[in-house]
Design a binder for this molecule. Structure first.
Ligand code: 2RA
Length: 351
């Protein structure tokens, strides 16, 4: 029997991409049940070429479910993932609710697939998209050279903040379009865009960049920055990895970018790094700067790989590589990695 899959949060930004991914990946699932809040129940969505009616979240909806993917806010996962697990489902959760729980593995199939079986609570966490977008590449480089320090600046797409994030960018772009004087006087863009009270972002996102991603956590840090540190350590299995991140929201709809300054135990070379990255099937090296070949969000959005370019040996640091990495935050950064984890569980359940 093929396992039954539940997709919780089927109508959200990641849920929508998940249905596309499930429709195009090897068909390892029997029934696929779509679940969302009561507000969305009754909607009809298409998956694997079939219409499926969305069901409301309830304990009973998990009866008979083998694997349940959750893409819902932290507090919804915190409440409902244990309920799904208690009904017998293995939960793959893409919220922040369980990622740092020592009894919940945080899995990137290219890096630590064996951790999938280490799930005493019946819950496996999917990393945050910012961390995840660089893990396939950094995991491979770590295996070869031994990662010691990671300094990261992110350029995060607005869809990381969900459908509301994308809508906000489009609304602001509409408000500023046509005025060729904007962006020349302090505060002019702020005046031109709709009231920020209705925005998921702390400042205008059109014609601007916003160094505030996630929620403020005190001592100067935003949640996205702390997630990069904590999650990188856990996924790579380096508890004392030195990490510092600055996370910035940019006016890109989908695909996060990261400028990575990674220091290793061993001396590195650009050729060596390229060889290591080329050997990872899910990593694509786009690196010919002389001919303007490097990854950009607009050129890679909607695709699955992690793209790496601008590979340099840092001039003043012999053990350090500088890289520019792009990954679709809704695909490998969220839905695809979740689907890959779920497929590992499906293989286990049917073996
Ligand atoms: C963001 N990383 O980009 C988050 C989404 N989970 O806002």
């Amino acid at each position: 029997r093929k396992p039954t899959l539940a997709v919780v949060g089927a109508t959200g930004a990641v849920g929508t991409v998940m249905l596309d991914i499930l429709s195009n990946r090897p068909n390892v699932w029997g029934e696929i049940r779509l679940i969302a809040s009561a507000r969305s129940a009754g909607k009809v969505l298409r998956v694997r070429g079939e219409d499926v009616v969305v069901q409301a979240l309830s304990p009973e909806v998990f009866d008979g479910v083998d694997v349940a993917m959750f893409d819902v806010p932290d507090e919804v996962s915190a409440e409902w993932a244990p309920i799904a697990a208690s009904r017998g489902a293995v939960v793959v959760d893409n919220s922040g609710a369980f990622r740092m729980d020592p009894d919940v593995p945080l899995v990137v199939p290219e890096v630590n697939p064996e951790q999938v079986r280490n799930r005493p609570k019946g819950i496996i966490s999917n990393p945050n998209c910012t961390t995840l977008s660089m893990m396939a590449a950094l995991g491979a480089l770590h295996r070869e050279y031994g990662l010691r320090e990671l300094v990261v600046a992110s350029y995060q797409a607005v869809s990381g903040a969900g459908v509301a994030g994308s809508q906000r960018l489009y609304d602001e772009l509409e408000a500023v379009a046509g005025d060729r004087t904007l962006g020349t006087v302090a505060g002019d863009v702020r005046k031109a865009v709709p009231d920020l009270a209705g925005s998921p972002f702390a400042a205008p996102i059109a014609l601007n960049v916003v160094p505030a991603a996630g929620s403020y956590k005190g001592d100067g840090w935003f949640s996205e920055e702390l997630k990069v540190r904590n999650e990188s350590r856990k996924i790579l299995g380096i508890p004392d990895l030195k990490v510092s991140a600055t996370c910035v929201r940019v006016p890109v709809v989908t695909t996060h970018s990261l400028a990575v300054h990674a220091t290793f135990a061993k001396e590195v070379t650009v050729e060596g790094a390229r060889r290591v990255l080329d050997a990872v099937p899910t990593v694509v090296v786009l690196d010919d700067p002389e001919n303007n070949v490097f990854p950009t969000p607009a050129d890679v959005v909607g695709t699955d790989p992690t793209y790496v370019g601008r590979i340099r040996q840092a001039l003043d640091f012999p053990n350090t590589l500088d890289l520019f990495i792009c990954g679709d935050n809704l695909r490998k950064g969220a839905a695809l990695n979740t689907a890959e984890i779920a497929e590992l569980v499906a293989a286990e359940l049917t073996s």
